[in-house]
Design a protein around this ligand. Structure first.
Ligand code: SF4
Length: 436
C-alpha cells in the first residue's frame, strides 16, 4: 500500500521498484501525454507500453502498470487501467479501478499519467501453502486448491444456465428485467420485454458470447494465480457484464462485433465504462427524440432507438459508430461534449439551453452537489438508494422487495461485509459470500 501526496510539476510516469531489500527506488519521468496516448495501441494501453519500454528492463520480475487515458484529462470519471504483463509483453486482459474517477484524480490532482511498480519482495508467510491447506482440510476436508475450484465453478461454466461468468448468467436470467434503449424498456409491457430478451439477447447477443467465449474456454485470470479465471475473452476483447450492458443493450447495441468496437474504444480512452455507457445512452435517446441535434453533439447521424424494425446486426453497428463518435467528442480539445466538471453539470447546462426534457432522460445517482455515477445495471431499488459510497456493490441488489427502511438496513449489512472483503484484499468473486 502506498499513498500519493502532492503533484508532479508536469505530467509524469512514476517508477517504483522494491528491488532486494526494504528500500523502494523512486523516479518521476516527465512525458508528453498526448503523444503517448496517440502511440502504439493507444490511450491507456500506450501508457503501459511506454512505461515498460522505459523502465521494464530494471525489473527482475514482470512489473505492473497503472495507466490513465484521455478520459482522465477531459472528464471527471477517468478510470485506472492495468493489464498483466507476461515475459515483458502486455496482455489483452485489462483490469480496472473503474468507478469514481480515480484516473481523473491521479492525473488532474497528482500529475501522474501512469505508475509502474514491482520488485522482488515476497512475503514468505503467505507463500506457504501447507498452512492454508491445513486450514481448509480442517474445515472442508479438502485442500485449498480443490475447494477453490469447487467454489468458483460458476465463473467458468455454470451447467444450470449453460453459460459462464457474470455476463453469461446475468444475460441468461435477466428475462423481463432487461434494461435497454436508455431505460426505455422499463415502460414496455412484460411481454414486450420478454420478447426483446429472447430475440435480441438469448438468440443473438448471449448466443455469440457462449459460442465464442464459453465453449472455446477463452478465460483468463487478472494476473493473480486464481482458479476463477473470471476474465472472459474473445481474441483481444475482454468482456464484462456491466460495460457490455451499458455499451450494449442500454445504447441499443445487441451484437458482439458492435459492442466489442465501442467497448474497446471507451477502454482505450480510459473511461469508467459503466458511467460512460449511461452518458452515451442518454445522449443517444436525446438525439433519437429530437431534443438534441447531431450537429450540437458533433456526430453525423441519428441512432436507431426503437425495437420495432430493429436490425440486430446492422443497427447495433450503426449505434456503436455514433457512440464512438460521441466518445471522441468527449476526449478531444474543444470537443462538443465538455465533461470536465462531470456529466451532471453538463446535463444542467444543456437543460438551460435546450429545456428540462434533456435532463429528465439522464439516469444517474447523485451525491451532494456535483457527484454523480451511473447506477449498476440491475433493475432493483438498491442501485438507486443513497449510500456512503455509490456505484459499487455496497447495497442489496437482489430481486426481493424491501420497504425503504428495511432496504437501508440490508444495504448497510451488505456494505459492512463488502468492506471486510475489500479491506482484506480478497477478490469478491473468490471469497465466500454473496453472488458477484
Ligand atoms: S476472481 Fe478476482 S483474483 Fe480471480 S481472476 Fe478474477 S479478478 Fe482475478
Amino acid at each position: 500500500m502506498f499513498s500519493i501526496v502532492g503533484k508532479a510539476q508536469t505530467p509524469s510516469i512514476l517508477y517504483l521498484n522494491r528491488n532486494h531489500g526494504e528500500d523502494i527506488e523512486l523516479e518521476l519521468l516527465p512525458v508528453r501525454r498526448r503523444e503517448i496516448w496517440a502511440s502504439g495501441r493507444g490511450g491507456v494501453y500506450a501508457v503501459i507500453e511506454q512505461a515498460l519500454a522505459h523502465f521494464g528492463s530494471r525489473y527482475e520480475n514482470d512489473p505492473r502498470v497503472l495507466a490513465t487515458g484521455p478520459a482522465s484529462m477531459y472528464t471527471d470519471f477517468g478510470a485506472i487501467a492495468s493489464a498483466p504483463i507476461r515475459k515483458g509483453e502486455l496482455t489483452h486482459v485489462d483490469t480496472w479501478a473503474g468507478r469514481g474517477g480515480f484516473g481523473s484524480k491521479m492525473l488532474q490532482q497528482h500529475g501522474l499519467i501512469g505508475i509502474i511498480y514491482g520488485g522482488t519482495h515476497v512475503d514468505e508467510d503467505f507463500r506457504d501453502r501447507k498452512v492454508a491447506d491445513e486450514w481448509f482440510q480442517d474445515k472442508y476436508s479438502k485442500k485449498l486448491a480443490a475447494k477453490d475450484i469447487e467454489t468458483t465453478t460458476k465463473y467458468r461454466y455454470d451447467p444450470a444456465f449453460n453459460t459462464g461468468g457474470t455476463f453469461g448468467v446475468n444475460f441468461a436470467t435477466i428475462n423481463e428485467r432487461i434494461i435497454a434503449f436508455n431505460y426505455k424498456s422499463l415502460y414496455m409491457t412484460r411481454e414486450e420485454r420478454l420478447s426483446l430478451h429472447k430475440n435480441f439477447i438469448v438468440d443473438h447477443y448471449l448466443k455469440q458470447f457462449n459460442e465464442e467465449t464459453i465453449e472455446t474456454k477463452q478465460q483468463k485470470n487478472c494476473g493473480e494465480p486464481c482458479a476463477a479465471v473470471c476474465k472472459k475473452m474473445h481474441g483481444k476483447y475482454k468482456k464484462d457484464y456491466e460495460p457490455y450492458q451499458t455499451m450494449g443493450p442500454l445504447c441499443g447495441i445487441f451484437d458482439q462485433r458492435a459492442a466489442e468496437l465501442i467497448n474497446h474504444h471507451a477502454d482505450m480512452l480510459g473511461f469508467d465504462a459503466i458511467s460512460v455507457g449511461g452518458v452515451l445512452s442518454w445522449l443517444m435517446e436525446c438525439l433519437a427524440e429530437g431534443l438534441l441535434t447531431p450537429e450540437e453533439l458533433g456526430v453525423e447521424a441519428l441512432p436507431v432507438f426503437e425495437v420495432a424494425g430493429f436490425d440486430v446486426v446492422h443497427d447495433s453497428m450503426h449505434n456503436a459508430r455514433i457512440g464512438m463518435a460521441l466518445l471522441d467528442q468527449m476526449t478531444t480539445e474543444g470537443g462538443r461534449i465538455n465533461l470536465i466538471q462531470g456529466a451532471r453539470k453538463y446535463a444542467r447546462h444543456l437543460a438551460r439551453e435546450k429545456g428540462k426534457g434533456v435532463l429528465d432522460k439522464f439516469v444517474y445517482v447523485p451525491f451532494a452537489r456535483r457527484g454523480w455515477v451511473v447506477p449498476n445495471q440491475y433493475w432493483t431499488p438498491g442501485v438507486l438508494s443513497p449510500m456512503a459510497i455509490m456505484g459499487k456493490y455496497y447495497m442489496n441488489y437482489g430481486k426481493d422487495f424491501y420497504s425503504p427502511r428495511e432496504l437501508g438496513r440490508e444495504n448497510a449489512r451488505r456494505m459492512i461485509k463488502e468492506l471486510m472483503m475489500d479491506n482484506l484484499g480478497f477478490a469478491a468473486s473468490t471469497a465466500p459470500g454473496p453472488k458477484r
